[in-house]
Design a protein. Structure first.
Lengths: 496, 457
């Protein structure tokens, strides 16, 4: 519901280009955010979205083109300038001082002459939080606040500065579904007050549910802006990836075999009690809210954390798993949700990362036959279509999708029987997601038992044979008729 | 990355080292006077030409004069041999201190009649450049010889820095630090640090010297010395294991754990030695630190260093353990989740680092023929500097063993070159500090360049 038709856009980007040494991050970008609209910016990783935002907030200086705020050309050099011009940006890493209170953070960096006494500040802070409809104690330390509340402190700071444009980079990445609803409730309210909101998102569900208009970027170019009502999900994805998408979830059912992995009464960490089984060829989806204990559960199975009790059976035989090393030797592998922190050694080459748990396959008396190692890796590069510049390319320089494929190659080589994915497509481009789904099909067809944690409801409904729902460390539900199940039903199981 | 630029980025410091060598070669280019057998070889043609028929001193008798000492004696012997082989044996060969020379020359200086071989004034004296002033002084005492021409080998211009003796000296000076730097590289690649290595040098030196004292002191057998050395290395390895345990089992930061062990090891060295150097060791102990191999004339300590570097390079680049060391340093959690026994790897590097420090202490005891608790003071800093200059990142996960060797030699060459060019020792400290900062800065810029190229999008 754009407000006054005559009022100028709060943000207008015209013909902006920005190059870094070796990379043309933005070729040409045009964008207009109207007052009182929620505007989504979507595109694959590397499309130039973050760079564009950094140009708007002054973190990068454009090579050419203009940025106008509320109809006036501006030259923004740093976040202070941006705030003065009425632009507030909230990144995934919050710009808050954890050791200060919410109130202190709110008023941090304001001119000393406009400094208020603590009592007035506290009252103002309460007013702001009330306006946002949340009960945050102004005197609570920011580090003690949940992530969702920290984000609201940032939003309150934008309100305090009377920002006309609020920019948010993947605002929902760390939020639970309920927090997401609260956030968009607040954003709707801001919209009603004429504030323009620009947010980057990978979650197309949110875009369709909450945005008024959506702009698409691909390969450094803004392709255009559309009211979300005029686009179908498929049409949007097509524009993002630049080609028609046959099917978002190309699920194929593999013939099911015997029980591969059996878990009985497993406890530890957030997991209070878990009993379940996965059969050969089966994809078991695990749904639940953030904090329900999904990751803890698979880490227990993998030996990454010590269980307090319970039993694990592989192909019917009880096994003792004290460390990831034990799990790997028995044929269980885990593809962690955070590939950079827990999956890959980013400084090592793709080949070395691939080889890490498999060095025994081509070494004798610990002497590595590097030629055989390289040959083995190149075989996977070919069969999984991993796009690397060469086996020596550092893992850090691979895209998210190729990093994930690299890890799949690693665990295929180690001959895993149970493959556990924690958020298999997080941070992966739409196009590469499909490839990952095809890989999951392929693994299932080879008789592997697959456990897949996912926060993306469409993904879990689209790719699982069966779904377990976790809530507060317990399995609170099971969905066997996945084909006819709805997101609402899974969510309901997740919150009860 | 192409092979060449990869090589450049890994061994760019090699070029800096070569540049330094070139610089100090130019800066120390000066006339060099040969000594020993080389001098004899250089002087022979001049004497033959002068004494040949029609030469400036045709028919003159040749007197070879040399100071006391082995190289001078070698010069005299070799020259006499060469002249004899050409059918013109010297009239006499006189060697010794000035008094001895005077006595030996007396028969020639007494007067023309007493000279059997040649008339007075027809004597040619051959000697070394370094000995020429002394020889002239002695000759001037005899009127008959005062005017005799003195021939010395011709000088040639050559950098003092590049003299074989100096290069050997550079290698020998750095051997201990370079050997310690092997272990330190491994520790730093895992993301740790070991501050105790300097103290372990002292401890090892005191332990080997002290144990030799119990095994017969100056009369100890070779077997006893080897046993004592092995014990010193093992004890240091044990201390490394203790540090490793603190770090892996109790999660004490490596900086703190090894800072503690640095004090402990130093204290033990003082206790064992009662604070005084131990000198009661057999002469044979110096063969490791000062002895040279017969083939290339390289000190054994340098050969040992080279061998250890080869082994460590192979370990780090070609074995599973080496791969795990890099993985643990790059991302310990990812390594653990890939089945790497992270704690065992960390344990290994601290034990190896400490054991190599022990070996360094044994070498130093051998070089200095004694053991004292003051040895190795501040060495941890030189060792860390060598590793860092060699391109290993203090944040772990990257670094090359051969880079460390280059780093150690860079430091040694700078120190040696500044000594040769008479740079004051205070100034040397400033320069060395600057070089360390410069190396790290270069490394940073290289990394930033890579980051920038990836771009922010």
């Amino acid at each position: 519901m754009p407000a006054l038709p005559d009022s100028p856009p709060v943000l207008r980007v015209a013909g902006v280009a920005k190059a870094f040494p070796g990379v043309q991050a933005i070729r040409t970008a045009d964008l207009a955010v109207l007052p009182g609209e929620i505007h989504a910016l979507v595109g694959e990783n590397g499309a130039g979205k973050s760079t564009l935002i950094k140009v708007v907030t002054g973190a990068h200086r454009p090579d050419r083109g203009a940025v106008e705020i509320a109809g006036r050309p501006v030259r923004i050099r740093d976040p202070r300038d941006a705030l003065a011009a009425g632009v507030a940006a909230i990144y995934q890493e919050f710009n808050l001082v954890p050791a200060l209170t919410a109130r202190e953070n709110l008023f941090l960096g304001r001119e000393p002459r406009r400094r208020l006494d603590a009592g007035t500040e506290r009252r103002r802070a309460r007013e702001l939080f009330e306006r946002l409809g949340v009960a945050i104690d102004p005197d609570a330390l920011v580090r003690d606040l949940p992530v969702a509340h920290q984000q609201l402190v940032e939003i309150a700071r934008a309100l305090l500065a009377e920002a006309r444009l609020l920019i948010m980079d993947e605002p929902t990445a760390a939020l639970t579904p309920r927090e997401v609803e609260t956030l968009f409730g607040i954003l709707n309210d801001l919209r009603a007050h004429g504030i323009g909101i620009l947010f980057i998102s990978h979650r197309l569900n949110e875009v369709f549910r909450h945005a008024d208009r959506v702009s698409v970027m691909r390969d450094g170019v803004t392709l255009g802006t559309w009211p979300v009502g005029e686009l179908t999900r498929e049409a949007l994805i097509e524009r993002m990836v630049g080609r028609p998408l046959d099917q978002e979830f190309p699920k194929q059912r593999a013939p099911l075999g015997a029980e591969r992995l059996t878990v009985r009464n497993l406890r530890g960490g957030r997991v209070r009690e878990a009993t379940f089984a996965v059969r050969a060829g089966e994809v078991l989806g695990i749904a639940g809210l953030v904090g329900a204990g999904r990751t803890d559960l698979v880490r227990l199975v993998f030996g990454a954390d010590r269980p307090e009790g319970g039993e694990i059976l592989l192909d019917g035989a009880p096994v003792t798993i004290r460390s990831p090393r034990d799990a790997i030797r028995r044929g269980i592998c885990l593809l962690t949700e955070d590939r950079a922190q827990q999956g890959l050694v980013l400084g090592l080459s793709a080949r070395e990362n691939f080889a890490l748990p498999n060095l025994g396959h081509w070494s004798r008396a610990s002497w590595i036959a590097e030629r055989r190692e390289r040959t083995a890796f190149l075989r996977y590069v070919e069969s999984l279509n991993i796009r690397v510049a060469g086996p020596e390319q550092a893992a850090r320089h691979l895209s998210g999708g190729n990093q994930q494929k690299l890890l799949v190659a690693r665990w295929l080589e180690s001959d895993s029987r149970v493959v556990i994915f924690d958020e298999p497509t997080r941070g992966i481009d739409v196009g590469a997601k499909v490839e990952m789904y095809l890989l999951i099909n392929d693994l299932a067809a080879r008789g592997k038992a697959i456990v897949m944690i996912s926060s993306e409801m469409p993904e879990i409904l689209g790719m699982s044979d069966r779904i377990l729902v976790l809530h507060d460390g317990r399995i609170t539900g099971e969905v066997t008729d996945v084909a006819t199940a709805t997101q609402e039903r899974v969510l309901e199981l997740a919150v009860r | 990355m192409s092979g060449f630029s990869r090589f450049l980025s890994q061994y760019g410091m090699l070029f800096v080292l070569l540049l330094l060598c070139a610089f100090f070669s130019l800066a120390t280019l000066r006339p060099q006077h040969p000594a020993g057998a080389d001098a004899a070889r250089a002087l022979e043609p001049a004497i033959l030409a002068a004494t040949a028929p029609g030469g400036t001193h045709a028919g003159a008798a040749v007197l070879i004069a040399a100071r006391a000492g082995e190289t001078d004696a070698r010069f005299a012997r070799e020259l006499a041999r060469r002249l004899a082989a050409r059918g013109r044996p010297p009239a006499a060969v006189v060697t010794g201190d000035p008094a001895a020379l005077r006595e030996a020359l007396a028969p020639f200086g007494a007067g023309a009649d007493t000279v059997a071989v040649a008339p007075a004034g027809r004597v040619l004296v051959a000697t070394l450049e370094a000995a020429a002033p002394i020889v002239r002084g002695v000759l001037s005492a005899f009127p008959a010889l005062a005017q005799a021409p003195v021939l010395t080998p011709p000088a040639h211009r050559w950098p003092t820095f590049l003299l074989p003796d100096n290069l050997r000296n550079v290698a020998n000076q750095i051997a201990v630090i370079a050997i310690l730097a092997i272990g330190m590289t491994m520790v730093i690649v895992t993301g740790g640090i070991d501050l105790s290595v300097g103290s372990l040098i002292a401890l090892a030196a005191v332990v080997i010297a002290g144990l030799i004292g119990h095994l017969g002191g100056a009369a100890a057998t070779t077997g006893g010395v080897v046993l004592a050395g092995a014990a010193a290395v093992v004890i240091c390895g044990g201390i490394g294991a203790f540090s490793g345990l603190m770090i892996t089992r109790f999660a004490i930061p490596p900086f703190i754990a090894t800072l503690g062990m640095m004090q402990v090891a130093s204290g033990i060295a003082y206790i064992l030695s009662k604070g005084v150097p131990i000198y009661r060791v057999p002469d044979g102990i110096v063969s490791l630190g000062r002895g040279t191999d017969p083939l290339l004339g390289l000190p054994y300590a340098v050969l040992l260093m080279a061998g250890l570097y080869l082994l460590a390079h192979l370990l780090m680049s070609r074995t599973t353990l080496g791969r795990y060391i890099y993985a643990v340093g790059g991302n310990p959690e990812a390594a653990r989740l890939a089945g790497v026994r992270v704690k065992a790897v960390q344990m290994f590097v601290y034990v190896i680092c400490a054991a190599l420090a022990g070996l360094g202490g044994v070498i130093m005891a051998s070089q200095l023929k004694s053991g004292a608790p003051t040895y190795g003071l501040m060495y941890e800093l030189y060792v860390i500097a060598a590793v860092v200059v060699g391109g290993t990142s203090l944040s772990g996960g990257e670094g090359r063993i051969l880079g460390t060797l280059i780093g150690a030699f860079t430091i040694a060459v700078i120190q040696n070159g500044m000594n040769l060019t008479n740079v004051e020792s205070y100034t040397q400290k400033v320069v060395l500090g600057g070089v360390i900062l410069g190396a790290v800065l270069l490394d940073r810029m290289k990394h930033r360049g890579l980051e920038r190229r990836r771009g922010g999008h």
